[in-house]
Design a protein around this ligand. Structure first.
Ligand code: FES
Length: 85
């Protein structure tokens, strides 16, 4: 992990009231650039929460793997977190 917002390995999905628009939204954030105090009241979903080996993979994860969309493994979780719903 780069810890500077460059690789995408740490991207998580956040659900809650968007701080700028005040509307209920779902968006992706780089967790390495997000202050933990700004997460109060938000639901956070990690790549393991979307799908995993034990419980089964999400359709977005399956498609990315089946259609050879994966790359080095650092950015692939970030791509899934941006695409899944
Ligand atoms: S660790 Fe690379 S973007 Fe957060």
């Amino acid at each position: 992990m780069c810890l500077e917002g460059g690789c995408g390995a740490c991207i998580v999905t956040v659900k809650g009231i968007h701080p700028a628009s005040q509307e209920k939204q779902t968006w992706a954030v780089n967790s390495c650039l997000t202050n933990v105090y700004s997460c109060h009241g938000l639901d956070i979903i990690t790549i393991e929460g979307v799908g995993n080996k034990k419980d089964g993979y999400h359709v977005t994860q399956k498609r990315l793997a089946d259609l050879n969309g994966t790359q080095c493994g650092y950015c692939s979780p970030g791509m899934v977190m941006n695409m899944f719903r």
